[in-house]
Design a protein around this ligand. Structure first.
Ligand SMILES: [Zn+2]
Ligand SMILES: [Zn+2]
Ligand SMILES: [Zn+2]
Length: 147
């Protein structure tokens, strides 16, 4: 659930996070901002234009992740997807703790950032790098059509 991103906002956001604002990065932010679901690399290429170079896309996804602008979901799987981060994330820390919902029917992954579930507090000495909370089932659209 992301809000649409204006080109000027994208440029601002990139600079704010200390990364150079390039036309490619602004386009990437715009595509992700306009999508209600997380997008795979294949989907991103489709939306950015078929001449998009895979390596360029991959490198830019990495640097924007490091800058705290977007996050990867299902990392390490064959089909990771990407979504914009909430404004609280920055280059030092990703602070979103939201549920990712994967729909069995349409296969789309949603960031459910309208609620923040209570997270367990770990004993002293453990430093959490990332929380992963994934729910699976039917998304709002698919559960409606299956009634
Ligand atoms: Zn983040
Ligand atoms: Zn669905
Ligand atoms: Zn997310």
């Amino acid at each position: 659930m992301t809000t649409s991103v204006k080109p000027a906002d994208s440029a601002h956001r990139l600079r704010q996070h200390g990364v150079r604002s390039t036309p490619f990065r602004r386009a990437l932010l715009q595509v992700l901002g306009e999508s209600s679901v997380a997008l795979t690399q294949a989907q991103l290429i489709q939306m950015l234009g078929h001449d998009t170079d895979r390596v360029t896309l991959y490198r830019n996804l990495r640097s924007l992740m490091q800058a705290g602008i977007l996050h990867e979901i299902n990392a390490g799987t064959t089909n990771p997807c990407y979504a914009l981060c909430p404004p609280v994330c920055d280059a030092t820390e990703h602070q979103h703790r939201h549920i990712h919902f994967r729909c069995d029917a349409c296969g789309a992954t949603h960031c459910v950032d309208s609620l923040e579930p209570p997270w367990p507090v770990l004993p002293t000495g453990y430093r959490v790098r990332d929380w992963k909370l994934t729910a699976e089932g039917l998304c709002k659209t698919c559960s409606k059509s299956q009634k």
